[in-house]
Design a binder for this molecule. Structure first.
Ligand code: ADP
Ligand code: ZN
Length: 295
């Protein structure tokens, strides 16, 4: 069974064709411009490939409420050309196949929970720390949508005592994303994050913020595994600090075998950089399954 997958990002659109076992047969990347320019290219890619469904993991915010007339739209994105754009409707009209749709981070969580390092686990949290911070949340075997969808990158945090940076979130200034995203690191130190690789204090402060957020997620969502991805996590030194701070901040209160084995609890993505596109494939597979159950 051939399935289409689209990882729709603010800078690039990754398109692939694969199967229900998470195998990718072919993949291309198309720059994200305006819908007028980019959508025909995406539709052309998927047309004539024999795919039975399409899964889309999309940058957001997006509307995931199937009862809403806005279902399948990208909503209040700062990328103005895509604001209120009906991306699911456009593909549905062009391809006329079942379409699975979710946030990019929920897609990544689903990819890891289905084929990656969290395979078979019912509760999984996937956090990306890149240009923005976002969490995909898989709870009791389902992706969490709720009211809108989780925006766990914008939680308030306690400031590091040495941190004088005002923060860069356009809404909250010094929320998690405002203090710990790639642009926050660059705003604080006035240089590219990559240039700071040899500055342990930078990554220790970064880990202090990530660990606080993880403690909140551990206490509220009780995940069986936490996966950290995104450009900033290329600094692998962050993992050691995060694991140590999480244990210190939990202070022995959560006493599970998973927390005791923290090196296997807080981990990098098992699918390397393919968790997003493989997650989109699973969204497509599940949409196909749901459609055929209804018939
Ligand atoms: P996006 O979030 O736009 O999808 P990424 O996840 O690649 O993209 O995140 C990009 C951010 O990650 C940039 O702000 C950049 O500074 C940061 N970044 C990328 N590579 C590294 C690195 N090796 N070390 C630290 N930060 C990095
Ligand atoms: Zn914010």
């Amino acid at each position: 069974m051939k399935i289409g997958a689209l990882e729709a990002g603010g800078t690039k659109m990754v398109c692939a064709v694969g199967n229900e076992n998470g195998e990718i047969f072919e993949q291309v990347s198309i720059p994200t411009e305006t819908p007028d320019i980019t959508m025909p290219k995406l539709i052309e890619y998927f047309t004539g490939k024999g795919i039975v469904a399409l899964g889309i993991g999309c940058f957001g915010p997006v509307c995931l409420d199937k009862k809403s007339p806005k279902y399948g739209h990208i909503t209040s994105t700062p990328k103005l050309a895509w604001r209120d754009y009906d991306i699911v409707g456009a593909f549905k009209r062009a391809l006329n196949i079942p379409i699975g749709f979710d946030t990019d981070v929920n897609g990544s969580a689903l990819g890891e929970a289905t084929f990656g390092c969290a395979k078979g686990l019912p509760n999984v949290l996937y956090l990306t720390i890149g240009t923005g911070i976002g969490a995909g949340i898989f709870v009791e075997g389902n992706l969490l949508h709720g009211n809108l969808h989780p925006e766990a990158g914008h939680i308030p945090l306690r400031r590091h005592p040495d941190d004088k940076y005002e923060g860069c979130c356009p809404y909250h200034l010094d929320c998690f994303e405002g203090l710990a995203s790639g642009p926050a690191i660059e705003g604080r130190y006035k240089t590219s994050a990559k240039n700071l690789a040899d500055e342990p204090r930078v990554w220790e402060m970064e880990a202090y913020y990530i660990a606080q957020a993880l403690v909140t997620y551990i206490l509220t969502l009780a995940p069986h595994k936490i996966i950290l991805g995104g450009g900033v996590m290329h600094q692998e030194q962050i993992f050691g600090y995060v694991r140590r701070f999480v244990r210190e901040m939990l202070a022995g209160y959560i006493d599970t075998p998973e927390i005791a084995d923290i090196n296997n609890y807080i981990v990098p993505a098992g699918l390397k950089d393919d968790q997003g596109i493989i997650g989109a494939l699973v969204l497509g597979r599940d949409a196909y399954g749901a459609d055929n159950q209804q018939m």
